[in-house]
Ligand binder design. Structure first.
Ligand code: HMG
Length: 414
């Protein structure tokens, strides 16, 4: 029998061990701190050292999700890593993660890429795999793992970050259940943000990328209405308990919610109007309470949308169970999707298991000089084959780390 429901059964976050405070960064760049903390909406920015990469973050998020939700690695039949920070032109991040997590050899394993939309693409593929009956009782593990890098002193610098979110997809999901009847999709070739093969840094046409994002949201909404038979009743903003958007910086979620309302009402909304006040209220109720982790981590590309969901679930109470929520994924370039889900019965029980608060509190605060030194060291980290990178050099002890290549093969401590 084919499963009738599918959704997210387990989730976990893993991020770098260091961060920079946005006020320190603003001061060093000669910018008013309010521009970064209010205009962009970020408090802190996660910083990877040369020993932390897409693989180490993905494997640790994956391990945490399996352990915290008591899932045996043998139950995983598909592993997908969504990333735009691959470590090899050919070999997927997922196959390293497969080994590090001890997943079965019969598990399908691959990487998906479409900028920040990559993990959402993986998630929907996994849901289809389960609903088509091909999972045969097994679950799928989807991991979003990325490092956002624009370069020192660039406009994109305050929107950097790094981290991974792991999600287990199953037909009996303990956290959220997708509504397969409602989905909106959108694709358009645009040059809003890209990273050529020769560059470690992303190029962005920043203000244009914001317009592309908002146009994609509007188009997804219209597509979802069409697929739902011409009505948005089932996902009207008034019925949604929370709205999650891709969060390159938290202020973007506010712009997105405003456009979401404009799209639903079919007219422009002035901020200083009665409608504007209603949108502001809705933002405070449905969006802002779940942006705290993003404000302390920064853009984690594929995982950013799901980090808000973790923030929501770590605060969940039983009253939220059964309530509908929306998820909007945007990947530059561009690809986007709007999905609707419901909070599963019993989800609130997992609020502690899912909370990465302790992990974030244990991070080391860097001053801007240390951050810049680490940033430059990362540029060189995989250029000198045969040179061992010592995690202790970057203040890291124990755990899983990248230690450089030997004979052009990536090496990890286990
Ligand atoms: P910028 O040009 O330096 O900043 O870059 P700005 O001048 O636009 O200012 C930003 C905000 O701060 C503005 O607010 C200012 O008014 C405000 P807004 O008008 O937008 O509401 N501001 C202040 N507020 C308080 N006090 C002050 C002050 N000064 C100014 N003193 C930009 C900003 C986001 C463009 C830049 O950081 C950038 O290029 N970032 C990278 C691209 C990006 O994040 N794009 C987002 C949409 S595309 C996307 O999300 C996909 C992505 O994740 C990639 C993927 O898919 O893989 C990026």
């Amino acid at each position: 029998m084919r499963p009738t429901s599918v959704g997210i059964d387990a989730m976990a976050f893993h991020g770098p061990e260091c961060y920079v405070d946005m006020e320190d960064l603003a001061e060093a760049r000669g910018v008013a701190p309010a521009k970064f903390t209010q205009g962009i909406g970020q408090r802190q920015m996660a910083v990877v050292t040369p020993c932390e990469d897409t693989v180490t973050m993905a494997a640790q998020a994956g391990r945490r999700a399996l352990q915290a939700f008591d899932i045996d690695p043998d139950e995983i039949g598909t592993l997908i890593v969504g990333t735009e920070t691959g470590v090899d032109h050919s070999k997927p991040v997922a196959v390293y993660v497969h080994e590090l997590l001890g997943l079965p050899t019969s598990c399908r394993t691959f990487e998906t890429k479409h900028a920040c939309y990559g993990a959402m693409a993986g998630l929907t593929s996994a849901a289809d795999w389960i609903q088509a009956g091909r999972a045969r009782g097994r679950k799928a593990l989807i991991i979003a793992s990325d490092i956002a890098r624009y370069g020192l002193g660039t406009p994109g610098e305050p929107t950097q970050g790094a981290g991974a979110v792991a999600m287990v997809v199953s037909p009996d999901p303990r956290l959220i259940t997708f509504d397969p009847e409602i989905e909106g999709d959108y694709t358009r070739q645009v040059m809003d943000f890209w990273r050529p093969l020769y560059s470690k840094y992303a190029f962005a046409d920043g203000h244009y990328s914001i317009d592309c994002y908002l146009d994609a949201l509007e188009s997804c909404w219209h597509d979802a209405v069409g697929k739902a038979g011409g009505s948005h009743e089932a996902f009207a903003l008034s019925v949604l308990d929370a709205c999650f958007y891709h969060v390159p910086f938290t202020r973007m979620a506010k712009k997105a919610h405003h456009r979401h309302w404009e799209t639903e009402l079919g007219r422009a909304i002035e901020r200083d109007s009665e409608d504007g006040a209603r949108v502001e209220d809705s933002y405070r109720q449905r969006v802002e309470p779940w942006l705290s982790l993003n404000a302390d981590v920064g853009n984690i590309y594929t995982g950013s949308l799901f980090l808000c969901l973790i923030d929501y679930l770590r605060q969940a109470t039983s009253e939220r169970e059964g309530r509908p929520i929306s998820l909007f994924s945007y990947g530059s370039g561009c690809g986007a999707a709007l999905s609707i889900a419901r909070v599963s019965e019993g989800a609130a029980r997992f609020h502690r298991a899912i909370d990465p608060g302790g992990q974030l509190a244990a991070r080391r605060r860097l001053n801007v000089e240390e951050y810049e030194e680490i940033f430059r060291a990362c540029e060189e980290s995989d250029r000198n084959d045969g040179e061992r990178i010592d995690p202790a050099r970057w203040g890291l002890t124990g755990g899983l780390h990248y230690v450089g290549t030997a004979d052009h093969r990536r090496r990890y401590t286990k």
